[in-house]
Design a protein around this ligand. Structure first.
Ligand SMILES: [Zn+2]
Length: 93
């Protein structure tokens, strides 16, 4: 559970709100995370220390399957057999 913000009075009587450090920026979170560097960055993005590789892989697989299905020519299924084209032959007179 994140720390609650603390309030204190400044020398001029104003309320100063000390925001707690977000958990993703704490040194302990950064040290324990295998995904980010010593500054808490994963590449050029601030790391939230959540490994999403499984979710990402599942989403990519779903996208690839949908794209493959969309780009393949229509395959008739047993439920939907191809319709026989109308007989265009004309009988000789
Ligand atoms: Zn991290």
């Amino acid at each position: 559970m994140p720390d609650e913000p603390r309030m204190r009075l400044g020398p001029d009587g104003r309320v100063i709100l000390d925001e707690p450090t977000p958990t993703h920026l704490t040194a302990a979170e950064i040290t324990n995370c295998p995904l980010c560097d010593d500054d808490g960055y994963r590449g050029s993005t601030i790391c939230d220390h959540i490994d999403r590789t499984t979710t990402t892989a599942r989403g990519l697989a779903a996208v690839r399957a949908a794209l493959t299905k969309a780009t393949q020519p229509h395959q008739p299924t047993p439920k939907n057999p191809p319709t026989k084209p109308p007989d265009t032959q004309t009988t000789p007179l």
